[in-house]
Write a protein that binds this ligand. Structure first.
Ligand SMILES: *[C@@H]1O[C@H](CO)[C@@H](O)[C@H](O)[C@H]1NC(C)=O
Ligand SMILES: *[C@@H]1O[C@H](CO)[C@@H](O)[C@H](O)[C@H]1NC(C)=O
Length: 262
């Protein structure tokens, strides 16, 4: 089996493009205009319609408000609700004297912890599941009903691990040395993927300032309560359908996708 790093190999393509943000929604004026006319035409029957409408809005609002806390409200095309739920988590505030188990000079133990985060990350979806996805993916040559996929979070964690290894080229060797152009490009790619992820799913947890006796000033700290999705559950679900083998060099007839380079 190819290692996860190989499966997540960097292609060097830079294809992201963004539309400029419009300064003002073009329909703002139209909405205001319509509202004005509606006001002028007010009548008893119109007020009744509005009352019924408000009542429905309140009922729907209450239904959402009293939803059980275990459901996330996110609709994932593949992952069952029982594996996607919110939980609160107090983050580790990293300072040099208080490292998390994922930090510090490299050791085999730290490497194993990082690798375990995305063990079994590349997994199989069925033909039926494929139709639920916004984008198509490739068929598995050895498995006529299976398609290969992974989750963005696993690639992002692989990217973070890669950037971490960039800090220690003496330990990890030339494959992680930023003086090498390919390595440098891979790191740039990783940073930009992480940027897009954070702007796609912003962590809106408010930070707090606390008095720091050492430096005699208020300093920001992040060991506060964050609302999170349960990572272990999502990972567990993906790993339960992990791919044992995948040979991407085999051309599969009737693949639903064709790469840019073909
Ligand atoms: C995924 O779908 C979107 C929307 O149709 C499209 O813009 C994008 O190019 C697709 N990506 C790939 C790799 O096919
Ligand atoms: C740069 O890194 C790539 C990828 O790890 C490797 O294939 C290549 O041999 C390296 N080049 C040099 C000059 O070390």
């Amino acid at each position: 089996m190819e290692s996860v790093s190989r499966l997540f190999r960097f292609t060097g393509s830079r294809s992201s493009q963004y539309d400029p943000l419009p300064l003002k929604a073009s329909s703002d004026h139209d909405f205001a205009h319509q509202g004005y006319h509606l006001g002028l035409r007010s009548s008893w029957s119109l007020w009744k319609i509005i009352a019924v409408f408000e009542f429905l809005v309140i009922i729907v609002g209450l239904t959402f408000f009293f939803k059980p806390a275990s459901t996330s409200g996110l609709i994932h095309p593949l992952i069952p609700d029982t594996h996607i739920f919110h939980e609160t988590r107090v983050f580790h505030n990293s300072i040099p004297t208080h490292l998390s188990p994922y930090e510090g000079p490299p050791t085999p133990g730290i490497d194993a912890l990082w690798d375990a985060l995305y063990q079994g990350a590349v997994f199989r979806v069925t033909n039926n599941e494929l139709h639920l996805l916004p984008n198509k993916t490739s068929r598995i040559a050895e498995d006529p009903t299976g398609y290969i996929t992974t989750l963005s979070v696993f690639h992002n964690l692989h990217c973070l691990n890669y950037l971490r290894k960039n800090l220690y080229p003496d330990y990890y060797g030339v494959e992680y040395d930023l003086r090498n152009k390919t390595v440098h490009e891979h790191s740039e790619h990783c940073i930009d993927m992480l940027r897009q992820t954070h702007m796609c799913m912003p962590d809106t947890t408010p930070g707090v300032w606390q008095w720091d006796k050492g430096s005699k000033q208020a300093m920001i700290t992040w060991d506060v309560t964050h609302t999170c999705l349960n990572y272990d559950k999502i990972h567990e679900w993906a790993a339960s359908r992990a791919l044992e083998t995948y040979d991407g060099t085999i051309w599969v007839e009737g693949n639903p996708v064709h790469g840019k380079q073909i």
